[in-house]
Design a protein around this ligand. Structure first.
Ligand code: FES
Length: 574
């Protein structure tokens, strides 16, 4: 036996081993080499993953040149745009599928081809749970064709155009031109600092992809080079069976990731994803701890939605290494964490260019700290999150009267109703958007500004929800309120007219209603009829944890050495 995990399937001379070698297509010279699985998430239903078809041969060549055998297998693709009610409903399913694929097959190491918002965290979760040597290969960020003379930022510029269309500032012809321009952007992930780009940055910082991945343009020679070198590096790791993901994704690496998220003005969804990955490695995070990490970090990347540029500019400026330079100098990052090529963060930063242009220094930030805060209070006893970098500073301290929408459908139906009683000082509440409530916690939290107010020039209001919002979105939106309304959180008890106070300085979000009155409302509350869910949505609803626990399933989070180390199952005839 070679000591490889795959040897349990492939070594020997009996009929079972012969069957396995033939099934894998091994030739004589492959015998004894490690098998590197390539989890391929390509799909016509997900343009963000489309670049992988061209990258796959380069990954396979790298694996071969590194002395291992490639074995591609398909994995479900989590297309952010087309999957309903939300790709988030399926993140955990994809992570489970990956984990089970690895468990069941003769794989010694794995390369995850992942790019879109939920595919990347699903791959990280599976990497954490399986703990086999491996890396992610990200599929690059999409091009930015010009719209009205400016490079089109994915998501963010669509939301801005929608606001303009609602106020009559963009006519039907302009709207159709926007659609044609979006269609020309080609494959790749969103090119703003949305969830995919933010996940790329933190994946690089966690040592789970090669340095230089963040913002790398889809279709570029740089990405082809990354594909080849990822194959080569993972083959090397397979040969020595080290290092495994748990040696890179340490508590210090997660602290770095959260601080880089804040410096980038990245997606709030990353909070949930990083928490889920960390918990699979036994690293417990609290929102209080995360808020303390965020507190001293200003906005250092001038990238949409919080800035003006796109992630290609960050790539050209030096990416993670350049961003890390001023943060390391200020003691905001731990330079000893290990990146995907085996170098430390400090070594990589030392080889990277000085900050300039799109990457700022601490003396000249895009915006002061904090860029994100965690909130607690009577409306969110278990916590909530606000991206202050994308919020209006004049709303950071605000008390307003609640205007309550029972769910997303209610919001869509009534938001622009001329009969709706709403002012710019009110607080829009959109509830039943949480992990259990839908189920799946879609990005429904950012209610648009009601049309009458938008037309009058209102651009931001305080909004509160137990849902998520797109990383490409902006506004004073208090997100991920926990416990969510569907499990009896205080958000379920809010009534129209109740005062709600947002206090960023005090890190609080409070419902200013007497406890006795809330208790009376709770006693009168009529349970919402249980839908007849079946299949995955039912399993998900019955086992999903709340946002502060990363929305993982309750039976997947606690690792043991046995459950993380993927010893081969009984290998005989199937
Ligand atoms: Fe896939 Fe943005 S929709 S990365």
């Amino acid at each position: 036996m070679s000591g490889l995990r795959s040897a349990a399937w492939l070594d020997g001379d009996d009929e079972v081993a012969v069957l396995h070698r033939v099934a894998l297509g091994l030739v004589e010279t492959d015998r004894g080499r490690p098998v590197v699985g390539i989890a391929d998430t390509s799909s016509d239903l997900n343009p963000c993953q489309a670049a992988f078809a061209a990258l796959l041969p380069h990954v396979e060549r790298g694996i071969r040149d590194g002395g291992a055998v490639p074995a591609r297998f398909p994995v479900m693709s989590l297309g952010e745009d087309l999957m309903k009610p939300s790709a988030m409903l399926y993140r955990n399913l994809a992570a489970m599928e990956l984990e089970e694929d690895v468990r069941a097959h003769p794989l010694d190491a794995i390369i995850f081809l992942a790019n879109c918002d939920k595919t990347v965290p699903a791959a990280l979760m599976a990497a954490a749970s399986t703990d086999l040597p491996g890396l992610l290969l990200l599929g690059g960020s999409r091009a930015a064709p010009l719209f009205e003379g400016h490079p089109l930022g994915s998501g963010t510029d669509l939301w801005r155009a929608l606001d303009r269309r609602r106020t009559g500032d963009l006519d039907g012809a302009g709207w159709r031109t926007l659609e044609r321009t979006l269609a020309c952007a080609g494959p790749g992930s969103c090119n703003t600092m949305g969830t995919a780009s933010t996940m790329a940055l933190v994946t690089e910082a966690l040592g789970m992809c090669l340095p230089g991945s963040t913002g790398c343009p889809a279709g570029s020679p740089d990405l082809t080079d990354l594909a080849y070198r990822t194959g080569l590096e993972v083959a090397r790791r397979a040969l020595v069976q080290m290092p495994v993901p748990s040696t890179a994704m340490t508590a210090a690496a997660f602290a770095n990731a959260f601080r880089l998220l804040a410096a980038a003005g990245g997606s709030t969804n990353t909070v949930i994803h990083l928490t889920a990955v960390a918990r699979r490695l036994g690293v417990e995070l609290t929102l209080e701890q995360i808020d303390a990490w965020w507190a001293p970090v200003p906005l250092l990347l001038d990238v949409e939605p919080c800035g003006s540029r796109l992630v290609h500019d960050v790539f050209a400026a030096g990416g993670l290494g350049t961003l890390a330079r001023p943060m390391l100098a200020a003691g905001l990052l731990d330079g000893t964490t290990v990146l995907g090529d085996g170098s430390t963060l400090a070594e990589h930063a030392g080889r990277s260019p000085e900050p300039a242009g799109v990457v700022r220094t601490l003396d000249d930030p895009v915006a002061p700290a904090p860029t994100m805060v965690a909130l607690h209070g009577t409306l969110a006893p278990d916590g909530a999150v606000l991206k202050t970098a994308a919020a209006s500073p004049d709303l950071w301290q605000h008390t307003g009267r609640a205007v309550v929408f029972e769910d997303y459908a209610d919001m869509r139906a009534r938001l622009d109703d001329p009969e709706l009683s709403v002012t710019a000082d009110d607080v829009l509440v959109v509830r039943r958007c949480g992990p259990v409530g839908v189920p799946g916690m879609p990005e429904w939290a950012m209610a648009p500004i009601p049309q009458a107010l938008a037309t009058a020039g209102v651009t931001d209001m305080v909004r509160v929800s137990d849902g998520r919002m797109s990383g490409t979105s902006f506004g004073t939106v208090v997100l991920h309120v926990a416990p969510e309304a569907a499990v009896g959180g205080p958000l379920a008890l809010v009534q129209d007219g109740d005062p709600i106070r947002l206090d960023v300085a005090g890190r609080r979000i409070d419902l200013l209603v007497e406890p006795a009155e809330l208790a009376a409302r709770a006693a009168r509350a009529v349970p919402v009829a249980d839908e007849h869910l079946r299949g995955w949505p039912r399993l998900y609803r019955d086992h999903v944890l709340q946002a502060p626990q990363g929305c993982d399933l309750d039976f997947l989070t606690a690792p043991t050495p046995e459950s993380r180390r993927f010893v081969p199952p009984v290998v005989g005839r199937s």
